[in-house]
Design a protein around this ligand. Structure first.
Ligand SMILES: Nc1nc2c(c(=O)[nH]1)N[C@H]1C(S)=C(S)[C@@H](COP(=O)(O)O)O[C@H]1N2
Ligand SMILES: [Mo]
Length: 406
């Protein structure tokens, strides 16, 4: 948008300056034509991301971190993965932004402006872990279609907003409310305005939790455009697809929400485990709720070398959906022996926890460090891909890094 207007005004010489060379046949260029060199936006600049982020798709934009980029305790925008199902809204009119509450189970539909939301309700701030349900999909065999996330579709930022529960109480909901579904301002890739790229939701028990927010700030600033500016639903610990970006509406439903990507195989796994590659009937698929226990070694970067006799300090994060992580261990002998790491409690519920360890290696050579978290219910991470499922969700296999001792 901006770019096009700009080009109209810019002289041909100034376009040449931006392209980085003289446009030799500039005088032959049709009026209003945008040189290719300007059409391809640099996604790192566009979204203010580190150049080390990995682009998985540009239509729609999908980008992930590498493990070592996620070393910060609180993820900053430059390392936060982007997962879009449609086109990011182009025009955001913050002054007139509205959120509509409707559905079978509201007493009466009600609309709030952003200004009303922020002034009328108490604000809360939490660190909340958001992991894409498909994080780790690249390891599925037979492969699963979709973005081939490795380990980097997870973040834990600080989110500030109002409790969805408080707003729903103000709206007035009926006793038969079962679920909410969100509606958002992004547009379907087909361009069809009647189609929603995604419209997911959560059952009332999740909606009513203290940490379920309608957020308008991330890490103390306006939410970056790619992450849902100016208003975002945040439901930490559940597949991040529940955390709708660019929210314009919440429907309170008297049934399980049936919006786009709620039904069929989307964000669902077989209710009972299946053989890899097996076809599963839609009615045998269950909606993913809390994410499983998982961890990531964020320091050092895989492939690091250390000197013989020196200890290696490692650190990382561990999380377990709705639960907490109780134990964090590492192994340097391919899982034969496990040694306990230091593990910090979460700053608040649904935030990831930090672990560290200081590792001694017996002699020179190649090693792998494997990390394993266990949650409050005693569930540990599997060593290899667990429960194959058709869409490639919930891979919580242990993270591993390679180390050479010289
Ligand atoms: N409106 C809207 N909300 C959305 C999505 C989307 O495409 N549109 N993608 C969802 C999915 S699948 C994920 S994993 C998270 C990603 O959040 P992020 O891009 O801020 O990291 O946003 C969720 N919310
Ligand atoms: Mo996702």
């Amino acid at each position: 948008m901006k770019r096009r207007n700009f080009i109209k005004k810019a002289t041909l010489t100034s376009i040449g300056t931006i392209v980085g060379a003289e446009i030799v046949f500039a005088h032959m260029m049709p009026e209003g034509y945008v040189p290719l060199a300007l059409q391809d936006p640099d996604p790192f600049k566009l979204f203010d991301k580190s150049k080390e982020m990995v682009v998985l798709n540009d239509r729609p934009w999908n980008m992930e971190a590498q493990a070592h980029l996620l070393n910060e305790k609180v993820t900053s925008n430059q390392f936060m993965f982007i997962r879009n199902n449609g086109k990011i809204p182009e025009k955001i009119d913050v002054k007139n932004w509205k959120i509509v509450f409707d559905g079978e189970s509201v007493k009466e539909s009600k609309t709030y402006t952003l200004e009303e939301l922020t002034s009328k309700f108490k604000q809360y701030t939490y660190q909340l872990t958001l992991e894409c349900g498909g994080n780790g999909r690249s390891e599925f065999d037979p492969p699963a279609k979709g973005n081939q996330w490795t380990v980097g579709a997870v973040s834990c930022a600080t989110w500030t907003g109002v409790r969805l529960r408080d707003v729903l109480e103000d709206v007035g909901i009926k006793d038969d409310a079962v679920y909410i579904g969100y509606h958002a301002a992004d547009t379907h890739l087909s361009g069809d305005p009647k189609k929603e790229p995604i419209s997911r939701g959560a059952p009332m028990a999740k909606v009513m939790q203290d940490e379920t927010l309608l957020a308008f700030k991330m890490n103390g600033k306006d939410i970056p455009l790619a992450h849902g500016y100016p208003l975002r639903l945040i439901a930490g610990g559940w597949p991040a697809s529940v955390s709708g970006k660019w929210i314009t509406g919440i429907s309170v439903r008297d049934r399980v929400h049936d919006g786009t990507k709620m039904t069929g195989t989307a964000y669902r796994v077989p209710c009972e485990s299946v053989e890899p590659g097996e076809k599963v009937k839609d009615e045998d698929m269950c909606i993913i709720e809390s994410m499983p226990v998982k961890s990531l070694i964020t320091y050092p970067k895989t492939g690091a070398t250390i000197d013989e006799g020196k200890k290696l300090d490692i650190n990382g994060h561990a999380w377990a959906g709705e639960l907490a992580v109780t134990t964090m261990e590492y192994s340097i002998d391919f899982g034969s022996n496990w040694i306990t790491c230091n593990l910090e409690p979460a700053v608040n519920r649904l935030a990831w926890q930090h672990f560290s360890a200081s590792i001694a290696f017996p002699k020179k050579g190649y090693y792998e460090i494997w990390a394993r978290a266990t949650d409050t219910q005693g569930n540990g991470q599997p060593m290899v891909l667990p429960g194959w499922n058709p869409k490639g969700y919930l891979n919580n296999a242990c993270h591993r890094i390679a180390i050479k001792v010289k």
